[in-house]
Design a binder for this molecule. Structure first.
Ligand SMILES: Cc1cc2nc3c(=O)[nH]c(=O)nc-3n(C[C@H](O)[C@H](O)[C@H](O)COP(=O)(O)OP(=O)(O)OC[C@H]3O[C@@H](n4cnc5c(N)ncnc54)[C@H](O)[C@@H]3O)c2cc1C
Length: 434
């Protein structure tokens, strides 16, 4: 191992590994440092890894559409073999219900047209045919099981929904990260595992000089990138980079349930769903299970935590979201002991990521991924690599934001959309939907 690189990336989750790959392909000598024993063992390993292109703004939707194309062309993008095999994108599509809560999707469909995202409108009877085990009555607002009115339909029925064919999921997000690692290594990138960053080094002018590991070992580089996931705020504090940030980040505990699927062919034949009437999303899960997550309705208490000190046990939350889903799927089998995952999102003020430089020369951040950026890992890596190269060559990105043309969609992205200095994105859902 060298002791000096062109860029150090803190974290080898799906975002940090993609940044390492894209920088290495631009000829930089990169070093991803990760405290876990392998790439993608942090919050990425718990990701539901749902790929979809609908977001609360045209910019975010177009960005996700660009990201989707990298999954469609995964093998070609990687350009290398992985001894563990390649992660698979299961393009199942995603059904979003039209509800009062999402304005019957009217505004969303206008955004989809502008962003070039494909969709089909489904009537209530079409939904009933595709999902014969669903109860199509409405239950809003989402409630806790012990609240009055829980499980009591309001008399109306689902009006319809919108099916997005360019959607699905990656069944193994850790493997996808390993694939990126192998591609990065083929481009010359280096990785160090079981190593924790304890300090960020600066020279006398305050410019980045490298990192110190907790062992005391020092590694030099003029560029350091924060891709530390739920630890992002701690790394920003270490770098002294918090001062000018209008948008900040913090860790939010999340619980996701895996319960037996309602039909024997669920994993093979069904798709992702988003149901704001009951505040849950689902997708098929390996072993013919159904994965159930929360869409952050008001009845769910947000559990903000210290990512180094929180319980990885389930709370009542997981049962609440499974019970809500059982309103839609009355024959859902709810085990006495629910299985699934507990982990953290790294949530930004407006649930939109920060892909940006910082007030510390040479220090960059790809943080605040807010439970919705697995899908965008590669396009985020591309954006960060372009940004770092441009800023290190003198671009004043804060005053004159960089733009980036999507290789697949041709869409021109204004990278200022992801700035730490932006006004809060008031169009955001302020939830995992972004
Ligand atoms: C339960 C859950 C469900 C999700 N579902 C979806 C979904 O369906 N679709 C979607 O698009 N997104 C989803 N996401 C979000 C997505 O998974 C994340 O945005 C993405 O994985 C974040 O990747 P990352 O590399 O930034 O973070 P991480 O994977 O957490 O990687 C950061 C790494 O930094 C390391 N690190 C931290 N501090 C240090 C240090 N001091 N020294 C060394 N290493 C350090 C950590 O060990 C960690 O491995 C979900 C997330 C969760 C938690």
């Amino acid at each position: 191992m060298r002791s000096s690189y062109d860029a150090i990336i803190i974290g080898a989750g799906v975002i940090g590994t993609a940044i390492g790959l894209e920088l290495a392909r631009r000829g930089l000598k990169t070093f991803n440092v990760e405290r876990h024993p392998a790439a993608g063992y942090g919050s990425t390993s718990s990701s539901c890894a749902i790929i979809r292109c609908f977001y609360s703004t045209v910019a975010a939707s177009a960005f996700a559409l660009e990201g989707y194309h990298y999954w469609k062309n995964w093998s070609e993008y990687l350009g290398v073999e992985d001894e563990r095999g390649l992660a698979r994108f299961r393009e199942t599509g995603c059904l979003v219900l039209k509800t009062e809560a999402n304005g019957k999707l009217k505004a969303l469909l206008e955004r989809m047209q502008e962003a070039g995202v494909a969709y089909e409108e489904w009537s209530r009877s079409a939904i009933g045919e595709k999902l014969p085990f669903w109860d199509l009555r409405l239950y809003a607002p989402p409630r806790l099981p012990e609240e009055a009115g829980f499980g009591e339909p309001d008399g109306a029925e689902i009006e319809g929904g919108v099916f997005f064919p360019q959607a699905g999921y990656v069944s193994d997000p850790q493997l996808a990260t390993h694939n990126l690692q192998r591609a990065a290594e083929a481009a010359g990138a280096k990785f160090r595992f079981n190593s924790e960053v304890g300090a960020i080094l600066k020279d006398e002018q305050g410019k980045i000089g490298g990192i110190a590991l907790k062992t005391g070992e020092r590694v030099q580089a003029p560029v350091v990138v924060n891709a530390a996931g739920p630890h992002s705020a701690k790394i920003n504090a270490l770098a002294g980079a918090l001062d000018d940030m209008r948008i900040t980040t913090r860790a939010l505990k999340r619980e996701v349930a895996h319960v037996p699927a309602p039909t024997p062919d669920y994993e093979a034949c069904y798709f992702v769903t988003s149901d704001s009437d009951i505040g849950c999303y689902t997708r098929p899960e390996t072993g013919n299970q159904i994965l159930i997550g929360s869409e952050d309705p008001a009845c769910d208490t947000r559990q903000w935590v210290d990512p180094d000190e929180y319980s990885r046990n389930f709370s009542e939350q997981v049962r609440n979201q499974v019970m809500r889903m059982a309103q839609r799927i009355p024959n859902l089998a709810i085990p006495g002991s629910i299985r699934g995952v507990v982990d953290c999102y790294d949530v930004s003020t407006d649930w939109t990521p920060i892909y940006d430089r910082s007030c510390v020369p040479g220090f960059y951040m790809a943080v605040g991924t807010s439970g919705n950026q697995f899908k965008n890992c590669v396009i985020s890596g591309v954006l960060m690599a372009e940004l770092i190269v441009a800023c290190e060559n003198g671009l004043d990105h804060d005053r004159k934001p960089m733009s980036l043309r999507g290789r697949y969609t041709g869409h021109v992205f204004n990278a200022g959309f992801f700035s730490r200095l932006r006004e809060i994105n008031s169009s955001s859902s302020f939830s995992v939907l972004g």
